[in-house]
Write a protein of this length. Structure first.
Lengths: 214, 399
């Protein structure tokens, strides 16, 4: 997947509003592979909705979203499964981890599906992000900041052309945020993938090619 | 898959599944036992007479003293026959065609005794004779005729004649291997045929030969002078139908009441069995419903987990699998336990049957197995698709 194109898109909930001044909504915009994007937004401007649309989770919008020339509204379940496994990774704002599994199991459940990362790489990330001793702790018993790091590792356990991160460092200290940025950069570079990050305040420290206002 | 199962097994209600298991085992056992018992009981009936089905009735006009004295004809008129045929309870209708030529038959037993007697033949339409169609054939060139004789003849010989003369008793099997010499003459012609016993009947008090033989022989040896019909054979849907008894009485016809009773017993057995099967089926359907409700509840309670699995790249097929495997496993357990229960119960009642009917052939359990496996496959396939649909509905719910 080389490009994600947005044509005149707008969430249905904003329909009829005339005060929309956004670099994304109601514009023609293309995200390209290999580039990095920061989308800055105020709360309630549709940041999480944008990612839900792009990930095929919701389709309550007008306009078009296009992956490599294909309108995503016409993708089949099989195609979405393939895209979510091999082309598009998403770190949800609410993480969507399984609280009844341990940190390590949450990562494994994804890697078992893709067999993308080596065990040593995963262990190394746990170590770098300072949660190695929490590997066998149930996610439900971890702090949100720790959970964010587990969710990042899980998001990296698949091949991707685009990685979407919804406020990935909202609950992280600067040191861990920087480590996270380094890991992400290295992985994206390896795969020549695009990084699209949203932020409502604290931003992930990367050299962004584009900064957009939502 | 282990981790997926670890997630999805949450909220599985053991009591609910036990409830389903017990209810379905009971339902399935009743169904399978009903089927197997019916097969076994049919074998008892068939061992009585394998040539005539129980729902056939043989009807003739009453022979009264007056008719003997006056020489009144005892045969059916054309209009009586067509009226009978058109009765709503009659599903098949045929007449007895008697031979109108002279027949003399004889056979040797171990070279000791030569039996020879005048006799007669009759035929009914072949569809009423329940023997292998390839055996029940007469070929003009082969000079061979299959015969069914009343079982009483054999009893008469074995328990009367052979007993008093110190002759060997004969089994049905031995007699079926003996050939009978049949001499026929009439119309200025004579011929000899070889008769083979196709079997013995308790139902018909006559010597039956194929209809084609009677037609051929009547033409050749009797010039085909048409005979009046004095007995008819018919098949009815429901032997307990009161209209039958009433019709017979009103017209002064008679039938073998004992056979009618046997037919009634068999018919009642079928009705009883249908009720039993229905009860089993209702229990099974309810059990199936419990299982579906449990699975729906499970999917509903685990919907967030299922949704998240779908969002991290698991396909609906893969996510449905654990629940599909679970239901299939439950269905297999149900069928296995039910079949084993049926086989155990069957063993017990067969022992009783054998005391009453020592000659009874034990029927196979294949139809019970086929129904068991068929139901298991059917229910599993339905479960399979219902679960998949339910998971797909989670995929679509947010769209």
């Amino acid at each position: 997947m080389n490009s994600i194109q947005l044509t005149n898109t707008l969430p249905d909930v904003f329909k009829g509003r005339t005060d929309i001044a956004s670099d994304v909504w109601l514009k023609d915009l293309t995200f390209e592979k290999g580039k990095s994007y920061l989308i800055e937004a105020n709360s309630g401007t549709g940041k999480s909705s944008l990612f839900s649309f792009l990930y095929g989770y919701r389709n309550d919008y007008q306009g078009q979203m296009i992956f490599d020339g294909h309108d995503i509204n016409h993708l089949t379940i099989q195609q979405w499964t393939e895209i979510r496994r091999n082309h598009l990774s998403l770190l949800w704002q609410d993480l969507r981890l399984f609280p009844e599994l341990t940190a390590h199991e949450n990562v494994k459940i994804k890697n078992n599906l893709t067999h993308f990362q080596k065990k040593s790489t995963i262990d190394n990330w746990f170590d770098q992000l300072g949660i190695v001793e929490k590997k066998d702790t149930l996610v439900g018993k971890m702090s949100f900041g720790q959970q964010q790091r587990v969710a990042l590792i899980r998001a990296l356990c698949q091949p991707f052309d685009f990685i979407l991160l919804d406020e990935p460092v909202s609950h992280l200290d600067d040191t861990n945020a920087a480590i996270m940025a380094d890991i992400l950069k290295a992985e994206a570079k390896d795969q020549d993938a695009a990084i699209i990050v949203t932020s409502i305040g604290k931003r992930l420290d990367l050299e962004y090619d584009f900064i957009l206002k939502l | 898959m282990r981790l997926v199962w670890k997630l999805l097994k949450r909220h599985i209600s053991i009591p609910q599944f036990c409830g389903f298991l017990i209810a379905n085992i009971v339902g399935m056992t009743i169904i399978l036992l009903g089927v197997q018992f019916y097969n076994d009981i049919q074998a008892v009936y068939n061992s009585e007479d394998s040539f005539m089905r129980e729902d056939f009735l043989i009807v003739n006009k009453q022979v009264g003293t007056l008719s003997t004295i006056t020489g009144k004809d005892n045969s059916f008129t054309e209009s009586e026959l067509s009226d009978f045929k058109s009765q709503p309870f009659v599903t098949k209708f045929g007449v007895f065609t008697p031979s109108t030529f002279r027949v003399r038959a004889g056979f040797d037993i171990e070279g000791m005794t030569n039996f020879s007697t005048d006799m007669f033949f009759e035929s009914v339409p072949d569809e009423f004779v329940d023997v292998d169609k390839s055996e029940w054939l007469f070929h003009e060139n082969e000079h061979s005729v299959p015969i069914i004789i009343p079982k009483y003849y054999l009893d008469l010989y074995n328990f009367g004649f052979a007993q008093s003369r110190n002759l060997p008793k004969l089994s049905e099997g031995v007699l079926e291997a003996i050939s009978i010499e049949i001499n026929i003459n009439g119309n200025g012609e004579a011929d000899t045929y070889e008769g083979t016993l196709a079997g013995f009947s308790n139902r018909i008090n006559t010597i039956l030969v194929p209809e084609s033989f009677i037609d051929y022989a009547n033409t050749r040896f009797a010039g085909n002078n048409t005979q009046s019909v004095s007995r008819v054979i018919l098949q009815v849907d429901d032997p307990t139908d009161e209209r039958i008894t009433k019709y017979l009485q009103d017209n002064g016809y008679e039938t073998d009441e004992g056979k009618l009773d046997a037919s009634k017993t068999n018919y009642l057995l079928k009705v009883l069995l249908s009720i039993v099967l229905l009860v089993g089926l209702v229990i099974s359907i309810l059990a199936f419903y419990i299982l579906m409700l449990s699975i729906f509840l499970l999917v509903e309670k685990n919907s967030t987990k299922l949704e998240n699995l779908l969002l991290i790249g698991y396909s609906p097929t893969k996510v449905s699998q654990p629940y599909q495997i679970l239901t299939i496993l439950l269905n297999v357990i149900v069928v296995l336990v039910s079949v084993i229960t049926v086989l155990v119960i069957r063993k017990m009642y067969l022992r009783l049957f054998e005391d009453f009917f020592p000659n009874m052939e034990t029927p196979s359990t294949s139809s019970m197995w086929i129904i068991a496996i068929g139901l298991c496959v059917f229910v599993s396939v339905v479960n399979f698709f219902v679960i998949r649909r339910k998971v797909l509905s989670i995929w679509r719910s947010k769209k």
